[in-house]
Design a binder for this molecule. Structure first.
Ligand code: ADP
Ligand code: MG
Length: 303
């Protein structure tokens, strides 16, 4: 189990993270979300032991994760970390990069393992390609494969699919997270993409300025977003009579007390997101058709 106990950290005087505590069970997937600059990457680096904490302790099972002041070589065998800026070897092939830390003692097993990993990150066709000729997204996939190659007990992923195009992202995401679940590898992933969280994460930690805004299952946080910050992660919403209402929870009706004037319709695929003005406040709702600017509508909320 990963235990984070009352940790505080700042690069300079002001704290980036102030008195955080949480736990992650073995084999669980925890998503860390929060606005850019909220400290997601910093938190992952602290979990990896890259910096010394100002206060607090981090444990993986009974082992304390220590920073550079107490640990000569950063990192631990049971843990892998894929940074936002991944460092790979440019002049060797994709398969050599992936197998970099695998033992040469059993060459057949090593080759099998590399094939399996190439399959997970969908790079089989590029096995012999020199790394430096790959795109940013392909490199990111090599970094992922290399990190899971030795089956760590826990893996820390920082925006793991940020360089990967939408065509590849969906299947790759499913492959990687399924692989980690199947092998019972604890996974902590910092992301701003709700697709990395919904249907994948067991728990979700929402960071605000210096602390934890919420820590719960994605389902509970989605159904009961207690703050606008939490709701904003999941989609468009309005605040009506102090309640957070998602756009899909508002429908157009013949008559109601909630009246609004259409400002703009945004094409979203199978629906339009309609932005409207209700008594000087913005209201967002979904509708199957584009609505004319200036149209007066009556709205109904169904939660
Ligand atoms: P996120 O990953 O959520 O975008 P970061 O952890 O990268 O956030 O950054 C959190 C805060 O710490 C930001 O204000 C950022 O400017 C600051 N910061 C990040 N890295 C460093 C660093 N190496 N030195 C000084 N400040 C940093
Ligand atoms: Mg970051």
């Amino acid at each position: 189990m990963l235990q984070v106990r009352n940790i505080s950290f700042g690069y300079r005087k002001s704290l980036v993270l102030d008195a955080l505590s949480f736990q992650v069970n073995p084999g669980e997937n925890l998503a860390i979300i929060g606005e850019s600059g909220s400290g997601k990457s910093t938190l992952l680096k602290l979990l990896y032991g890259e910096f010394d904490l100002n206060e607090g302790h981090i444990f993986w099972n009974n082992k304390e994760i220590l920073g550079p002041k107490f640990n000569l070589v950063i990192g631990y065998d049971f843990m892998k970390y894929v940074a936002q800026e991944f460092d790979l070897m440019p002049f060797i092939s994709v398969e050599e990069n992936i197998g970099k830390f695998l033992s040469n003692f059993f060459p057949e097993e090593k080759q099998e393992r590399i094939s399996e990993l190439l399959d997970v990150v969908e790079l089989t066709a590029f096995a012999k390609t020199k790394l430096k000729t790959l795109s940013g997204g392909q490199k990111q996939r090599v970094a992922l494969a290399r990190a899971i190659a030795k089956q760590p007990e826990i893996i820390l992923l920082d925006e793991p699919f940020s360089h990967i195009d939408n065509f590849k992202k969906q299947s790759l995401r499913r492959n990687v997270f399924k692989y980690l679940k199947d092998k019972h590898i604890t996974c902590i992933v910092a992301t701003h993409d709700k697709e990395d969280v919904l249907g994948i994460a067991d728990q979700m930690l929402v960071l605000n300025k210096t602390g934890i805004e919420a820590y719960d299952t994605p389902e509970n946080l989605y159904k009961n977003p207690e703050t606008p910050l939490i709701a904003s992660f999941f989609g468009e919403f309005s605040i009506i009579n102090d309640a957070i209402i998602y756009a899909h929870q508002i429908q157009l009706v013949e008559r109601s007390d909630l009246k609004a004037t259409v400002i703009k319709s945004y094409f979203k695929g199978y629906y339009y997101l309609i932005e409207a003005d209700s008594n000087g406040k913005n209201v967002f709702f979904e509708h199957p058709k584009r609505l004319k600017i200036g149209l007066k509508v009556c709205l109904n909320i169904t939660k």
